[in-house]
Each structure stands twice: as C-alpha cells, then as structure tokens.
Write a protein that binds this ligand. Structure first.
Ligand SMILES: [Zn+2]
Length: 189
C-alpha cells in the first residue's frame, strides 16, 4: 500500500477508543515500516541513479533489503506492542499495533516487491498475486481496493477530527491519492 493510505487507515481503525492525544503514535507507527524507503530513495537520487535502476535493481540490493526487513517485521511490531503493554505505556503499545496493522495491510497487496515480514525469524516473503500498483499483477484491482478503503476511512474520520487543519490535510492527502489512482487506471496495459 501507499504510505498515505496506511496513515489514514490506521488512524481510522486505531484512534477511536483512545484519546486524540494518541494520534501521533498511531501516525508514527504507520510511517515506520516505510521510513527506510524514503531514506533509500533520497540516497539513490543522491547517487544519481536513473529512476528505472532505483526501483528495478537498487531496491532489491543489499543491505537495503535487510534494512527494509527491519521496519516491515511483524515480530518486531508485536514486540513493540507487547513492550508498551508490559511497561504500561499506551503510546508505545499503539505505535506497535499501528506498525503491525501496516504490515498486515501490505501482506496481500505486494507481488515481487513483497517484504520479509517475518524477519529475523524467517526471510520468507508472501508473494501475493495482487499488487497495489503493478498493472501486470492485478494492480488496478489492488489500487481500487486500497482507494475504496481509504475513502471509507476518510468519510469516517472527517467529522471526528478536532481541528480544521487536520481535516484540510486529510482532504488534500485523499485528493492527491485519487489523482495517483486515476493515473494508474490510465496506465496502458
Ligand atoms: Zn508498507
């Protein structure tokens, strides 16, 4: 899934029963699994790698694959949630829960870019037949599923956000996601 989708979905699913002050740990937990990817992209641009090479070669190289595996580790996410529970730190528990929710949402929507979700216990990858972006692997279906979930989450979240700024930010994010979705649908087969 795309990073903004994770932020919106996790906020909709985890925020409700707790105080709004927990918004930040949820957003952070939703962001952590993808954080290394942004660092990677910055590094690759700095190395002046062509866009094609970045996503077809460099992305699959070491040590990047291991670095990506750390953030995408379900065991580490569960450990973080358990640690928060054990130490009676609700923010840490929610951060871990939000990480795991991100992992579970990625699991059925990544084809050959699938993550090592069980690192460090196993390097196995679940290669889903459906991708959230690759039109050669039902990308239109994957993207439609993702966009539908995001829209439902947005309708639910909008009236529950306390600040106009947060609502505005949500609307702008969803508008940009919709444009990206539209462009994907227009990709020639
Ligand atoms: Zn992800």
């Amino acid at each position: 899934m795309n990073t903004p989708s994770h932020l919106i979905l996790n906020l909709a699913l985890l925020r409700r029963p707790v105080a709004p002050v927990m918004t930040w740990p949820i957003l952070l937990g939703a962001l952590i699994p993808d954080a290394a990817m942004f660092v990677f992209y910055g590094w690759a641009r700095w190395q002046r790698l062509p866009e094609q090479t970045i996503w077809s070669e460099a992305y699959y190289s070491q040590p990047w694959q291991t670095i990506f595996a750390v953030g995408n580790s379900i065991p580490l996410g569960l450990f973080t949630a358990a640690l928060g529970y054990g130490l009676k730190r609700p923010w840490l528990g929610l951060l871990g829960a939000s990480m795991v929710l991100h992992h579970l949402a990625d699991l059925p929507l990544h084809h050959d870019d699938a993550h090592q979700h069980f690192w460090p216990l196993s390097s196995v990858r679940f290669i889903s037949p459906i991708s959230y972006w690759d039109v050669d692997h039902f990308g239109r279906l994957g993207a439609t599923l993702e966009m539908t979930l995001v829209l439902v989450a947005t309708v639910y979240l909008l009236p529950r956000l306390s600040f106009t700024t947060s609502q505005g930010l949500l609307v702008v994010t969803v508008a940009l996601s919709s444009i990206a979705y539209g462009l994907l649908l227009l990709t020639p087969p």
